[in-house]
Design a protein around this ligand. Sequence first.
Ligand SMILES: *[C@@H]1O[C@H](CO)[C@@H](O)[C@H](O)[C@H]1NC(C)=O
Ligand SMILES: *[C@@H]1O[C@H](CO)[C@@H](O)[C@H](O)[C@H]1NC(C)=O
Ligand SMILES: *[C@@H]1O[C@H](CO)[C@@H](O)[C@H](O)[C@H]1NC(C)=O
Length: 705
Amino acid sequence: MASRAWVLPLLLLLTRPGATAAKELLKGISYGPAPLKKAGKLPNDDFMSTSAKAQWSTSGRGDLHIIKRLGANAVRLYGNDPREDHTPFLDEAVVQGLQVIPGMSDYPYTQMPKNCMTTDFNCYSQIKEQYKSMLQNGFAKDGAYHGALKTIIVINEPDLKIPGISKPTEFCRAIVSAIDGMIDAEKETDTKSNLINFTATFSFGQCTACKGSSKPALGQMMELRSAMEKPEDVGYEANNNLAEVYKTRFTNSFNTANPANDMKPLFLNDYEANFDSTPVFIGEYHSTHVSTKKDIHDVIEVAKNSDALVGVSFFEFQVRYDKGGTEMDFGMFGLGQISLAEMNFFGVEFPVWCLMKIQDAKDPGNTIADSLTVGFEGEGIPDDQLCVIDPKKVPLSEDGYQAILSTKSVNKMADFVRRVIWHMGGDVEDDKALVNFATKYAKQTLEVTVRRLSGLSFASMVDELGQHPSWVLWDAMAACVADRSADQDTVGEAIGWTCGNFHSFNCSDLPSFCSEDVWAHADYVFSLYFAVETDHSSPLEHCNFGGAAMFAPSKVYRSQDSACIVTKDPATTALSEEGYQMILQFHDTDKAAVFIQREVEDLKMKVANKSALTNFAMKPPAHFKDLKEQLPQVPWVCGGPSGRNCPFPVNPTDGGGGGWVVGLIICIVLLFAAILAALYVRRKRQMAARDREVDVDRSVQVELA
Ligand SMILES: *[C@@H]1O[C@H](CO)[C@@H](O)[C@H](O)[C@H]1NC(C)=O
Ligand SMILES: *[C@@H]1O[C@H](CO)[C@@H](O)[C@H](O)[C@H]1NC(C)=O
Ligand SMILES: *[C@@H]1O[C@H](CO)[C@@H](O)[C@H](O)[C@H]1NC(C)=O
């Protein structure tokens, strides 16, 4: 009771109008991590897609986790392909404690056929369609927006592109019509709760054609407010009450490369005087002409003391080598030398380079990331956690080999070699020999030219292993299977590729027992593809499927469920047409018999006469379907669909007699367990009784006190 009495005044104090101490600032990081180290083209720019998971997920480089560690509470994005499912990204953001501020791509505005430049800057139908798919692909579910979302950027820098800063009527028509379309998209998808705010992120350009003000960004915001209040003034007839939307669901935002000192005189003072109930945030913030440490501190102070400015999103996470020029000055992380993983980004393979902190050009000795961490009050990320070379993750390629080489660690090289061997269908038998081999490949830290003379490289390693040294057990039954350490989405994409490239198999004939699980599905198509569509000469290359597969020795794949792996081994190959054909090709009665016996058992029958089975296996049916039909009819099986009772024991060697022993063991174990349980219960009772005595003692003491 007493403790609650002082909470109430404290709450009143904190929520008193004008008190800003409790305000949670927006501390975002703008995120557009192109995986390119030089100018070039990307197949897509949707970095929140599952295709880019190897970058953002903790299972890959862990970008979202790093963003959180820097002290941010939000991530701002750009590209956004409405066809992509964004649920995994949004879910991970929630796990990391980050808000997501996505944007609509420029594509529907200025790039796609029939973009809204071609429809007189009326963007209603283009944006409605795009936004509807976004809502259906993760932004909303069961009528509510995803919890990671609070704000969506309707368009980035509309004043610079649609069509230009001298045409406020046109860019305002584009924005209001887009928002109108987005509201109708919400209605059509029945998205009603957890509603989020809209924003248009203006440039910090001065709009002299704007009526209200010529202060940068401010004039644009005033024009937009008028347009939302009266859309007909910019030549647009709205379906929805946009004035109401502005009042309840609109936030202003702008991008700037100016420093904190400029914010109040150039923008905020006038903003506060003109917009008393619309919050504003800075969608891109980073002046490269001042020290980041000081400037972030200063802008956070400005935000803390302002009722209007809710915070900033720092521009930007990664250096954009692909854009070049001064665009490269903003990134706080560069791409390092080590590839942490391979990423299949919309069909193109990219290495996921590790990150390295960029020095702040205006603050010698400090990196931009560390300075931002101070301003954002984050825990930070130590340098040695960024470019960690993990022999289990580096690609099995020259890049991966060079990365391991750079660690100068024989142990890491040995782990890498062991992994290469696994992917080639072998298993190390002699660890000493492995270490010798790894030492040779790890110890060449000489200059590049000398190294070239020595001829050691990833290619030479693979060549040497390809000659099957005796310290490795090479498994004749190795098979191409899904690599269980690969990303599930990578595996899914690889299945698609494989099915599209098969000549001898139609993936719609996949056995039904392999279709329930992506790994089983992948095992089937990879093992079959490798067996029938390649010449088997280079497992590392032909059993890779974008990092989704490995040519594993049976020891590795048998530890997982191997029912869907097509191999040459009649004792394990899949019980299917393709598995059957793999065995028939040997024209070997014993092998055929092993396979047929497995199928008999799979049909819940037993072989009653082994020599009759052998006779049958000499001339087996040509197709699995026929085999399956004939087996219940043959006279040498019993049980199940054959309709014949099995004589007991069927065959003393195949378990019928062993059943006695197993039964006896089970009885003994059960008896033993019962005795243990009885002892346990008794002891528990005794202890409980003792505890009660102690409790009684205590209550007596309390009463005395
Ligand atoms: C959404 O917009 C309204 C109206 O401007 C504002 O009061 C509210 O704080 C905004 N909410 C967020 C989460 O930005
Ligand atoms: C695969 O089988 C399905 C169904 O039997 C059929 O519709 C499809 O055309 C086949 N695909 C090819 C490439 O033959
Ligand atoms: C088992 O099959 C063989 C060959 O078909 C036959 O000769 C033999 O009599 C059978 N044995 C029994 C016990 O049925």
